[in-house]
Design a binder for this molecule. Structure first.
Ligand code: GRF
Length: 183
């Protein structure tokens, strides 16, 4: 049995899509007032929250996260809107066990504003990518990706909604297949 931890900084809709299908050992947020913590409460999922600024260094902050992962014997870390770059302390111990979801068809539109960037560029389609996490930003090996078309009468809001709906379908599927793997 694999133990999953989900990391989220804000809203947590991807966390919810996963937690409704699989037991999540805990959710971690780097913001004490993140809405994902309310969702965790509703779904009876254990939650931890602390902030980088409460620590002397990024290393100390990440060491506290590593301690949580070790204590709970986590085998799969699911980043879902976790808005921090994973640093050396976490990566050196957990590389190969961390996945991320990104709302574009990577390598198109990396970064924090990919839906708006794709919209502004006038694309006919963007997409969703789920990938392993390495030391780069949105650069790790791709596990799966799916196209989301931009429709003729789309607004940026309706386009964004369909991208999120795709995420909520795709992420649990990937988690499911990783949970079924031996290692
Ligand atoms: C998602 O679009 C995800 O791809 C990106 O951040 C967003 C998080 O949304 N990394 P939510 O917090 O899961 O609702």
């Amino acid at each position: 049995m694999k133990n999953i931890a989900v990391f989220a900084s804000g809203n947590g809709s991807n966390f919810q899509a996963i937690a409704e299908k699989f037991p999540v050992t805990f959710v971690f947020s780097d913001h004490r007032d993140a809405f994902v913590l309310d969702r965790a409460n509703q779904l009876n999922v254990k939650a931890f929250a602390f902030e980088l600024k409460e620590f002397a260094s990024k290393e100390a902050y990440e060491q506290a996260i590593v301690d949580l992962l070790d204590t709970h014997q986590i085998n799969l870390v699911v980043l879902a809107g976790y808005m921090k770059i994973i640093g050396k302390t976490l990566l050196s111990k957990y590389e190969g066990k961390i996945i991320n979801i990104h709302p574009s068809y990577l390598p198109e539109f990396p970064g924090a504003h990919s839906i708006k960037d794709a919209w502004d560029a006038g694309v006919t389609a963007s997409g969703v990518t789920i990938h392993w996490v390495d030391s780069g930003i949105d650069t790790g090996e791709i596990i799966t990706q799916e196209r989301v078309e931009r429709l003729e009468n789309d607004t940026i809001d309706s386009f964004e909604e369909r991208i999120h709906a795709c995420e909520h379908r795709l992420y649990p599927q990937v988690v499911d297949s990783l949970l079924k793997k031996e290692n």
